[in-house]
Write a protein that binds this ligand. Structure first.
Ligand code: ADP
Ligand code: ASP
Ligand code: MG
Length: 453
C-alpha cells in the first residue's frame, strides 16, 4: 500500500488531472490511496472570497464564486463530456458552490471572519478537487471511491492550524479507507482538511495536503508516501531564486525536515514526523516528468557536507537586553514562558550574558506579548527580516563547510547566527531583501561550477 499525493499544479486542470490518473493507474498493483490538493490557486481564491464577503463586498465575492464555479465546471466537462456522468458531477460541484455562495452571504451579514468560518470556506477547494479526480479516474477506468477527508482526519479545534489526532485518524482510516483498498478500489481524499470529533470542519494550515498524506501513510503503515508536485524533487535551493538548483536524489529525514521548516515549500514542515515514526520513505516526484528519479527521503541517505540551502522571509527579530540576566538563573524560563502564554512560536534563538534574540513569524499577534516582555527589559523589534538555512551533515563537524559558508556571506549584514544542536543547520537572520542574493552566493559556493564537492 502506498499514499500518492498530488499538489495543486498536479490537478490544476483537465490535462493535469489526466496525467495524475495515469500515474495512479501505473501504480495499481501497489494499492494506492490518493490524496489531492485543491486546483492550483483555488485555496487563495476561496480565502479572498471569505475576506471580501466579511468586509461587506458581497457583489465582488459572488462574482469570484461564479468565476471559480466556471473554472471547475469547465474542467469537469473537459474530463467527462456532456454525458450523464458529466452532468451528475457538474450538479454535485454546483451544489457545493451554492453552499459557498450562502456562506459568503452569511459572512457579509456578520461582517466578521472567524477562524472557524475561514476553514469552512478554505476546505471547499479540496472537497471539489477530490470529487473531480474521482470522476476522472472512473472515466479513465480506475475503480475509485471518494472518501470525505473530514470523516478520517480527526483534529482538535484550533481552526486554521488544527492538530491531527493520530489515534482517531488510525481508527477511522482502518474503518473507512482500508476496506476499499482490500477490495482493490482506489480511495481518494482531499488533503489539508479535517474535522473535529464533533464534525466541525478544520484545516491543517497552508500547504497541509502533504501532511494529510503522511498522516494517512503512518496510520495505515504504508510502504511509501509519494508527493507529486511541479519540480523534479527536493532541490539544492529554491528554484525560484537559484536558476541552477540541482536535484537531491536522496536526503535524510532530519535534513529534509530542517529544509522544510526553513522555507523549502516543496514539503510542508510537519510531513516528515509521521513518516519518521513509522520509518516510511517519502518520495518527491514531478507530475510533468513522471519518469524522473525524484527525491527519496529516508533514514539511510548518505551524509553530505551541505545538502541544500533554504530561506524564508516574513520574519520578525525580537531582541531583549537586560543586565538582570547576568549571572542569574531562571531568566530564560521566564522569557520563554511569555511566548508560551501568548501562543507564539519561536524559531531561531541566540543568547549572550545580557541579551537574548529570537525570531518569530510575521502575522503573530505581538501586542500582548510585547507588553509582558517589556517587564523583563528593553525590547527592540526588527521587521522585514529573512532567515537562511544551510543544511548538511558537514556544517557542524569542524570541517571546512562552515568556513566556506561564512566566507560566502562576507559583506552581508547578519543579525543573528545559530548552529542547531544536531549540527546540521546553520541559520542566519538577514534583512529580507538580502536573503535571495545571499542564497545565490551560498549556492554558488557549494554547488556552483567551480565549487569543490
Ligand atoms: P504543491 O502545490 O505541489 O504542493 P508547492 O508550490 O507547495 O507545490 O511546492 C513546490 C514548489 O516549492 C516548487 O515549485 C518550488 O518553487 C518550491 N521550492 C522551494 N524550495 C524548494 C526546494 N529546495 N526544492 C524544490 N522546490 C522548492
Ligand atoms: N490547498 C491548500 C493550500 O493551498 C493545501 C495544499 O495545497 O497543500 O494551502
Ligand atoms: Mg505544497
Amino acid at each position: 500500500m502506498i499514499v500518492v499525493k498530488f499538489g495543486g499544479t498536479s490537478v490544476a486542470d483537465a490535462d493535469a488531472i489526466r496525467r495524475a490518473v495515469d500515474i495512479v493507474r501505473q501504480r495499481l498493483d501497489r494499492e494506492p490511496i490518493v490524496v489531492v490538493s485543491a486546483l492550483a490557486g483555488a485555496t487563495n481564491a476561496l480565502l479572498a472570497i471569505a475576506e471580501q464577503a466579511s468586509r461587506g463586498q458581497l457583489i465582488g465575492a459572488v462574482r469570484a464564486v461564479e468565476a471559480l464555479r466556471e473554472r471547475h465546471l469547465a474542467q469537469a466537462t473537459a474530463l467527462l463530456d456532456d454525458d450523464d456522468d458529466g452532468r451528475e458531477l457538474c450538479a454535485e460541484l454546483s451544489a457545493t458552490f451554492d453552499e459557498l455562495a450562502h456562506l459568503a452571504e452569511a459572512l457579509s451579514v456578520l461582517g466578521d471572519l472567524s477562524p472557524r468560518s475561514k476553514d469552512a470556506i478554505a476546505s471547499i477547494g479540496e472537497r471539489l478537487s477530490s470529487q473531480l479526480v474521482v470522476a476522472a479516474m472512473r472515466k479513465m477506468g480506475v475503480d475509485a471511491e471518494h472518501v470525505d477527508a473530514r470523516d478520517v482526519m480527526i483534529t482538535d479545534d484550533q481552526y486554521c492550524r488544527a492538530e491531527p489526532q493520530p489515534e482517531a485518524i488510525a481508527e477511522a482510516a482502518r474503518d473507512l479507507v482500508l476496506p476499499l483498498v482490500r477490495r482493490d478500489r482506489v480511495p481518494v481524499l482531499g488533503g489539508f482538511i479535517g474535522a473535529t470529533k464533533e464534525g466541525v470542519t478544520t484545516t491543517l494550515g497552508r500547504g497541509g495536503s502533504d501532511y494529510s498524506a503522511a498522516l494517512l501513510g503512518a496510520a495505515l503503515g504504508a510502504e511509501a508516501i509519494e508527493i507529486w508536485t511541479d519540480v523534479d524533487g527536493m532541490l539544492t535551493a529554491d528554484p525560484r531564486v537559484v536558476k541552477g538548483a540541482r536535484l537531491i536524489e536522496q536526503i535524510r529525514f532530519d535534513e529534509a525536515s530542517e529544509l522544510a521548516s526553513f522555507g523549502a515549500k516543496v514539503l510542508h514542515p510537519s510531513t516528515i514526523a509521521p513518516a519518521v515514526e513509522r520509518g516510511i520513505p517519502v518520495w518527491i516526484f514531478n507530475s510533468r516528468n513522471p519518469g524522473g528519479s525524484g527525491t527519496r527521503i529516508t533514514h539511510e541517505a548518505p551524509r553530505r557536507a551541505v545538502s541544500a540551502i533554504a530561506s524564508r522571509s516574513g520574519i520578525v527579530l525580537l531582541q531583549l537586553r537586560t543586565p538582570r540576566m547576568l549571572l542569574t538563573h531562571g531568566f530564560l524560563r521566564r522569557f520563554f514562558e511569555i511566548f508560551e502564554r501568548h501562543g507564539v512560536s519561536v524559531d531561531v534563538v541566540a543568547t549572550s550574558e545580557v541579551s537574548v534574540s529570537v525570531t518569530i513569524d510575521e502575522g503573530e499577534d505581538l501586542e500582548g506579548l510585547l507588553i509582558d516582555l517589556r517587564e523583563l527589559g528593553d525590547i527592540s523589534i526588527a521587521r522585514d527580516r529573512g532567515v537562511l538555512a544551510v543544511v548538511g551533515s558537514g556544517i557542524g563537524d569542524g570541517g571546512e563547510a562552515m568556513g566556506r559558508a561564512l566566507a560566502a556571506l562576507a559583506g552581508v549584514r547578519i543579525h543573528l547566527l545559530s548552529l542547531s544542536a544536531a549540527g546540521i543547520n546553520l541559520s542566519v537572520v538577514l534583512d529580507a531583501s538580502e536573503t535571495a542574493p545571499a542564497m545565490i552566493k551560498l549556492h554558488d559556493a557549494f554547488f556552483g561550477e567551480g565549487a569543490k564537492r
